[in-house]
Design a protein around this ligand. Sequence first.
Ligand code: NAP
Length: 272
Amino acid sequence: MFGWTETLVPVIGQGTWNMERDRASSIAAIRRGLDLGMTHIDTAEMYGNGKVEDIVGEAIAGRRQEVFLVSKVLPDNASRQGTMTACERSLRRLRTDCLDCYLLHWPSRHRLADTIAAFEQLVRDGKIKTWGVSNFNEDRVAEAVRIGGPNRVACNQVLYLLEERTVEHHILPICERQQIAIVGYSPFGQGRFRSHPVLEEIARARGATPRQVALRFLVRHPSVFTIPKAGRVDHVEENARAGDLPLTEEEIRRIDEAFPAGRPRRRHLPTL
Ligand code: NAP
């Protein structure tokens, strides 16, 4: 768990991309995840063209208070007025009157200042509690902080899996300095997870699975979250158990060696 404003947010949450493919199974999986404490639910207006928000709305009906609910505005809709309207649509589909966090899905052709102005208006209106960004590199994070001011950008949601650790070089340190949470997406490579002897050895020693070891490694920094998507109850159950898995420094070192983060690009970092 991590203090994200006043709320405790579990470090392993639930992604929802493509959940429109099997509505009943997805709803059962989300609910089981809530039972197991995976109360951080990530969705977006883009997913299934709104169908996934509707599925999430049904899954969490009657349990809204348990959930840390995140959705995202599509960049094409992220003008000042467009963001306000998109948020209203998402709230309706999610059957709630407030989001815990609202993100810009990726950098937009609209002025970031306009999107942020809309986010701040939504906070004042009580429609969202916090806002953040997604797929922002270090320069864009710096721009968001300059426009929004200190302690306004709650998180940056970025690709983060064992085979793709680029965010660790520049984005993670800058976000940590600014107290911006990193929410890593596609921790299983969108279903292309491949095990490794090191993951298997650690898993065997701990009575766990290689996926659980992978998830636990990904949330080893206190400001990093992960949001695997599982549309099956057994998958959710496996993922949920990763939250309690202890990893020693030595185990972390071995995984780090097996899945090297690569070399950082040389560059001038934005000053923040
Ligand atoms: P992912 O979580 O890396 O992989 C999902 C796939 O892994 C599904 O096929 C799922 O199968 C399978 N899976 C999950 N747990 C499993 C388990 N324990 N055993 C076996 N298979 C398992 O991919 P993702 O959906 O791309 O990423 C996660 C979430 O991040 C998304 O759903 C979305 O919420 C978010 N995301 C955000 C962005 C962005 O631009 N901000 C981009 C991509 C993703 P089943 O469904 O059959 O269980």
